[in-house]
Design a protein around this ligand. Structure first.
Ligand code: PLP
Length: 380
């Protein structure tokens, strides 16, 4: 099989899998146990935090592990609402965030919060002046993702962080970095980020491991209550096997960050060059990630293309939108101003360093064959 759904999830890298097996044999203690076996697990946990810290330029005790980025986003948004609601009740986000952000804000609205959802233009970008005008003394938190998971649009988090800091209104900045972590360099210090979230399974780490950077000194109450794991921000026994494996994946991703990105970029360029002679094909978004390609092909339904590719003898797996928004719909793109026909003619290709040139050429060949077949047999 050929896998081009790497925005939804990725395979574990060999280094991560080796570490997972090793830890499962030798270091499976409870990090909160007083015995020496627990202390060994605790040591591994701290080492893993140091790896995250050095990749995003923070301190290791500003890093917390959770079960997913969904959980991390909820901890930040609900936590800040609970901590600040008596004096600050306004929140800002944008309309194309992941559901783990948008749905949490919808929940907060039911609890009495005021939420501003910034529009995006037809290329997927927010207006920085609109953002600036939306900041008030009542604003508690701004949540803007680094890279959009459906089109790969890159948001200018350095500029956004600076605007928020320069406002001098005591506003916190939260970045969902799930699609950039391990692929693009981010410095939480240089971008004035207070909270950053990531997910192990999107960058060749383990499933069931999420991460959260929370700047020291900010009161962040937990989502649920229990023991003292992760300083009480995320109580529950620490998933040390998954965390250690994810740390290995993070380490190797950051060691080869530029090399991996250059390689993946060459694959993306090859796909674009190869498919550009299809009549009426459109690339969605500008200034996009090298790892994500969103394409709309007029009068060809994305779902039909997806199915046609996966029933090949050597199946190709792609997607038509985010796996988290109900498998088949791609409603996020309607925020770009596209009509329903355009939206349903969209496919998403998620690339990884494990994809090969042969796979890319095979994908392009099969897309072209299917598109011409489908167009020829389209009901008038
Ligand atoms: N944020 C973004 C941008 C994502 O792409 C995803 C997953 O698709 C998530 C958050 C949620 O990640 P997780 O599966 O770890 O909950």
């Amino acid at each position: 099989m050929v896998y081009f759904d790497n925005c939804a999830t990725t395979k574990m890298s060999d280094e991560a899998l080796d570490e997972y097996v090793k830890l499962n044999d030798l270091t499976y203690g409870n990090t909160s146990s007083l015995n020496a076996f627990g202390a060994k697990a605790e040591e591994k946990l701290i080492d893993s935090k140091k790896i995250v810290a050095s990749s995003i330029n923070c301190l290791h005790d500003e890093v917390y592990f959770t079960s997913s980025a969904t959980e991390s986003n909820n901890i930040v948004i609900q936590g800040i609402f609970n901590a600040r609601k008596k004096r600050k009740n306004h929140f800002i986000t944008q309309k194309t965030e992941h559901p783990s952000v948008l749905e949490t804000y919808k929940y907060l609205e039911k609890q009495g919060a005021l939420v501003t959802y910034l529009d995006v233009d037809s290329n997927g970008h927010i207006s920085l002046s609109e953002l600036k005008e939306s900041l008030t003394k009542d604003t508690a938190l701004v949540s803007i993702m680094h890279i959009n998971n459906e089109t790969g649009v890159i948001f200018p988090i350095e500029e956004i962080g600076k605007i928020i800091k320069d406002s001098d209104l005591d506003i916190l900045f939260h970045v969902d970095a799930v699609q950039s972590f391990g692929k693009y360099k981010v410095s939480v210090k240089e971008s004035y980020i207070d909270f950053l979230t990531f997910s192990g399974h999107k960058m060749h780490g383990a499933k069931g491991v999420g991460g959260l950077y929370a700047k020291k000194g900010i009161n962040l109450p937990p989502l649920f209550y229990g023991g003292k794991h992760e300083s009480g921000i995320r109580p529950s026994t620490v998933n040390i096997t998954g965390i250690g494996a994810t740390a290995k994946a993070i380490e190797s991703s950051y060691n080869d960050l530029e090399k991996n990105r250059e390689y993946v970029k060459s694959l993306k360029t090859r796909i674009i060059d190869n498919l550009k002679d299809i009549d009426q094909i459109h690339i969605n978004g500008t200034n996009t990630s090298d790892y994500i390609l969103s394409l709309s092909i007029d009068s060809v339904r994305g779902e039909v293309l997806l199915n046609g590719l996966q029933i090949l003898e050597n199946p190709i797996y792609i997607s038509v939108g985010t796996a988290c928004s109900g498998k088949t719909k791609n409603a996020m793109l309607s925020n770009y101003g596209f009509d329903k026909d355009y939206v349903i003619s969209t496919i998403r290709l998620g690339l990884s360093r494990y994809n090969t040139i042969d796979e890319v050429d095979y994908l392009c060949r099969e897309i072209k064959t299917l598109v011409s077949f489908l167009r020829k047999h389209k009901k008038k």
